[in-house]
Design a protein around this ligand. Structure first.
Ligand code: MN
Length: 242
């Protein structure tokens, strides 16, 4: 018996619905980030690299207990060993989604909010010294990874870096917190325009940071007591278990 066409079409539709994670849209045109980041890098970074993380994440969680979880919940519960495909691709999807949100062309950037300005002053004294700490974390990350500004469970700002697509939400990260700013230091983020000049890329991407979005993320992280206590309690449990 031949399957009616509509039934076959339904099978394909059901298959595409079964993939829960989707590539976000960039808030601005690929060309809007130039000259700091060229349009081709933006397009390849989003539509090839980030898309691959999304596709591979959907594939990796299919038929597992992670299939019904939110992205954040996956990061909070995935094991350190034996789930590399989920770890790399869930991290890749989370990290890039944050990265696109916090970047904006100069003309579209808003100012740093009052509470984040105060917190930066308390922890780093000036924005310029914060920049130095982040650059140092980004420069000293060997190979591929990320530099982060995060809110610790205790409510302090801290700069950390992570390898590959790991991030401070993951339950096995040594230093945990809620990332509010992330800088991608994979070569795919800058190689077309900057080749091996990571320092030049960092200077350029720093000028694209939209501090009003980072401030919103800071305020949201501060009031997210549920996530902060979960980040804290996992650490305590780990210590107890040692
Ligand atoms: Mn990337």
């Amino acid at each position: 018996m031949r399957l009616p066409f509509f039934f076959i079409a339904l099978l394909f539709a059901a298959d595409s619905i079964a993939q829960p994670f989707m590539l976000p849209k960039l808030p601005y045109a690929y060309t809007a980030y130039a000259p700091n980041i060229d349009a081709q890098t933006m397009e390849i970074h989003l539509t090839k690299h980030h898309q691959a993380y999304v596709n591979n994440l959907n594939k990796a969680i299919k038929g597992t207990a992670f299939e019904s979880l939110s992205l954040e919940e996956i990061l909070l519960t995935l094991p350190a060993n034996g789930a590399d495909a989920i770890r790399n691709n869930a991290g890749g999807h989370y990290n890039h989604s944050l990265f696109w949100e916090i970047l904006a062309p100069k003309s579209n950037q808003g100012p740093c909010g009052e509470s984040l300005t105060e917190a930066i002053k308390a922890s780093f004294s000036t924005v310029d010294s914060l920049k130095k700490v982040i650059f140092s974390a980004a420069m000293s990350r060997f190979g591929s990874g990320w530099a982060w500004l995060m809110l610790t469970p205790n409510g302090e700002l801290r700069v950390v870096s992570s390898a590959n697509q790991d991030n401070p939400i993951m339950n096995f990260s040594v230093e945990r917190g809620i990332p509010i700013l992330g800088i991608d230091v994979w070569e795919h983020a800058y190689y077309l325009n900057y080749q091996n000049r990571r320092a030049d890329y960092l200077t350029a991407v720093w000028d694209l940071v939209n501090w009003s979005v980072v401030s919103q993320k800071y305020d949201a992280a501060k009031s997210n007591t549920n996530l902060r206590s979960r980040l804290n309690s996992t650490k305590k449990n780990k210590k107890k278990g040692q």
